[in-house]
Design a protein around this ligand. Structure first.
Ligand code: DC
Length: 221
């Protein structure tokens, strides 16, 4: 496998992006970057420092402060803020409830865009998010846009969370979709040149195999 390929994988919450991106990266010996985790880490820092997540001005003022470091091994991705492991804290209900508002602040996006481009660097990476093929790395050799029916997404996300109400999870996914797609700065959108895969009828392994085939077609080993 070419070590310089960049695979951009975008789509809404619960479309299967994270698991697919990790599976593709580990099958092809590539690195992996979960950009949602970076926005979650920024949100976790704001909450931990008493910054009001509903105030874009307050968020913008502090956006340059947290030191966010992402580890890119697809088998053991890590994320630290100011040197502390926040991989569990960033999945809390409080972070999930506030992350879309924080991610909509342009100063946050500019700061995280810099981190993302530094990590992507020479390539050899599968990057998943909302704006990777459209804004972060539009020159990516392979762009994939994953979607799934809202109900399928909610069932998957509820299982990932260890149980709970599928209806409440679905309502939260749709609320975040609306913010992520409607914001001015780098909204969730299908990038130009992306291949759309609706993952609803497929198992995770089937989707991983489809994306691996696409990468190998584009970048034969
Ligand atoms: O993929 P996730 O649910 O962990 O993402 C958390 C939030 O981060 C999501 O609601 C929108 C935001 N996000 C973004 O704005 N741009 C990205 N590239 C990735 C995530």
């Amino acid at each position: 496998m070419s070590s310089t390929v960049v695979v951009a994988m975008d789509g809404p919450s619960g479309s299967g992006k994270s698991s697919t991106a990790r599976g593709v990266a580990s099958k092809l010996g590539l690195r992996f970057l979960d950009t949602g985790a970076q926005f979650r880490a920024m949100t976790q820092w704001m909450l931990a420092h008493g910054v009001d997540p509903s105030s874009p001005e307050a968020i913008a003022k502090h956006a340059g402060e947290p030191v966010i470091v992402s580890g890119t091994d697809p088998l053991a991705p890590t994320i630290t803020v100011d040197g502390s492991d926040v991989s569990v804290a960033i999945r809390s209900a409080e972070v999930t409830a506030n992350v879309s508002a924080v991610a909509a602040v342009p100063e946050v996006r500019t700061r995280i865009l810099g981190l993302q481009r530094e990590i992507i660097g020479e390539g050899g990476i599968v990057v998943e998010g909302r704006d990777i093929g459209s804004v972060v790395w539009p020159q990516a050799a392979v762009k994939v846009y994953l979607t799934a029916d809202p109900e399928a997404r909610a069932v998957r996300r509820t299982a990932e969370n260890g149980g709970g109400s599928v209806e409440a999870t679905q309502a939260d996914l749709l609320r975040r979709d609306a913010i992520d797609s409607g914001r001015k700065a780098a909204p969730l959108t299908m990038p130009e040149g992306a291949i759309h895969i609706d993952t609803t009828p497929y198992t995770l392994d089937e989707v991983i195999d489809q994306v691996v085939a696409l990468v190998l077609q584009t970048e034969p080993s």
